[in-house]
Every structure is written in C-alpha cells, then in structure tokens.
Design a protein around this ligand. Structure first.
Ligand code: ACO
Ligand code: ZN
Length: 222
C-alpha cells in the first residue's frame, strides 16, 4: 500500500483522484494518507487564520450584500496589525517589502460568515519605475520592448507622479471570480487618499503573479 502511494507522488500525479476541500480550498487526494495528514494540518489552521472575530473600532469603508471591507492602518492597535501580519504569512506571501511601510494601508474583505476572504495591501509610490524594476533577465531588453512587455500589467508608465501601488492582493481560492478583488480595489481607490479618488491610470501592480496580471489587465482595461 505504502509503495502505491509513493508511486503516485513520485510520478507527480497528485492531481489523480484529487479533490478540493469545500471549506479550506486545499487540493488533496483523500486516498493518500500523506495528503490526508497534510490537509488535516492545514485545514483548521487556515480556518482559524481567516476567522474574523471583530474589533471594537473597526473602520468599515464599504458594505455589500455579501460582506464588508475594513481598513487597517499601520498605526492601528497591535491586535489589528497582528492579524494582518499573521494572515499574510499564513497565506504564503513572501515577506512584503514595502517601499514606505508607514504609508501602507490594508483592506480586508470580510464575508457574511465573518471570514477574511480578501486582502489588499496598498501603498503610495512616487515613481513608476520602482514598480517597473525587473530582475536581471530583462536587463538587455530595449526600452521599447520593456514597455511593450509590461504594458499589460502596469497601467501607468509616467514617472514622477503620485501612484497608488498594489503591493499584494489576494482572494480566498473558493471565493474567486466574485468581484472581490475588484471591489477591494474600487474601495481602495476611493479611500486611499483623503478626499481624492484615484483613477485606474494611477494604479501600479508590483511584481504581479500570472493571475495578478490577468486581473490587472482586466481591471485597468475597463
Ligand atoms: N484568470 C483570468 N481572468 C481573471 C482571473 C484569472 N485567474 N482572475 C481575475 N480575472 C479577470 C476576469 O476578467 C474577472 O472578471 P470575470 O470574473 O467577470 O471574468 C476580473 O479579472 C475581475 O476579477 P475578480 O473577481 O474581481 O478577481 P478575484 O476576486 O477572483 O481575485 C486575484 C483575483 C486576486 C488575482 C485572485 O485570483 C488571487 O488571489 N490569486 C492568488 C494570489 C495572487 O496571485 N494575487 C496577485 C498577486 S500580484 C500582486 O499582489 C501585486
Ligand atoms: Zn479543508
């Protein structure tokens, strides 16, 4: 029996007979003891992490029929900022390197089951090139190629302009394609700068993932 499971894993066929847990969203093979174990480990921990117990002074910045968005600021009490840090490490973000941590604002989407199902970390960035900075592999591209290559996901290439940088955006896997990311961004644009409403042209996504690019292209294109 053991060797059978080993074979499945060795062949990289984890997908075979795999199922997605309806609560935590993990993809695993119920037939594999190893997978079952990992799932049990992950399941409760994950649900505990995204559970939102509520804070006395939560800053609700938007409300919807299926949830609300709250804003957490760097100067907020420890319990709030701690939640954000905990969450981002549990959700597998690499250490977020913010260019100006004191300006970072975190928007959390809380659904009607009181779970944090979406998170957006935004910061103000002064220059577009910060966002466009790329790893070495792009170094010998011409400027035109570079711009062409990045146009899809970086909505503004105008330097020296106040920009709204999306450092991180995440939506719980089972809740995707329900406009949660869109609503987080819309809300952030409306509330990021006091009294100002940022346009879609002023947004830059830093170091996006393939999914992030697909989303950014759609979001900025409309
Ligand atoms: N594939 C193709 N198009 C997509 C995808 C996708 N995976 N995700 C979003 N879009 C497009 C669609 O056109 C969608 O509209 P539609 O559903 O009507 O077709 C539109 O973007 C709006 O999508 P939302 O529903 O608002 O986006 P969602 O809430 O699903 O969140 C996100 C998108 C945040 C990218 C989510 O898939 C996610 O958390 N992925 C894993 C984490 C990640 O990669 N985050 C981006 C990192 S980049 C960064 O942080 C700067
Ligand atoms: Zn689960």
């Amino acid at each position: 029996k053991q060797s059978d499971n080993q074979l499945i894993i060795d062949a990289g066929q984890k997908q075979f007979g795999a199922t997605t847990c309806g609560s935590c969203g993990m993809l695993y093979s119920p037939d594999s003891p190893e997978d079952n174990f990992q799932h049990t480990q992950f399941h409760q921990r994950f649900l505990d992490t995204i559970k939102f117990v509520g804070w006395k002074k939560e800053r609700v910045v938007a409300e919807f029929w299926d949830g609300k968005i709250i804003l957490v600021l760097p100067e907020d009490p420890k319990y709030a900022t701690r939640k954000v840090v905990l969450e981002s490490s549990e959700l597998g973000f690499q250490q977020i390197t913010l260019s100006s941590p004191s300006s970072a604002k975190t928007y959390l989407f809380i659904n009607s089951d009181r779970m944090v199902v979406g998170c957006l970390v935004a910061e103000s960035i002064r220059q577009a090139y910060r966002v466009l900075e790329q790893p070495a592999k792009d170094k010998d591209m011409s400027k035109e190629d570079f711009m062409e290559h990045h146009r899809a996901w970086c909505c503004s290439t105008v330097p020296e302009k106040a920009l709204f940088g999306v450092s991180r955006i995440w939506v719980f896997s089972l809740m995707r394609r329900k406009s949660i990311a869109t609503r987080l961004l819309d809300t952030a644009r409306a509330t990021f700068i006091y009294g100002g409403h940022l346009t879609k042209e002023e947004i830059a996504f830093s170091d996006p993932t393939p999914q992030g690019k697909l989303f950014a292209t759609k979001y900025c294109g409309t």
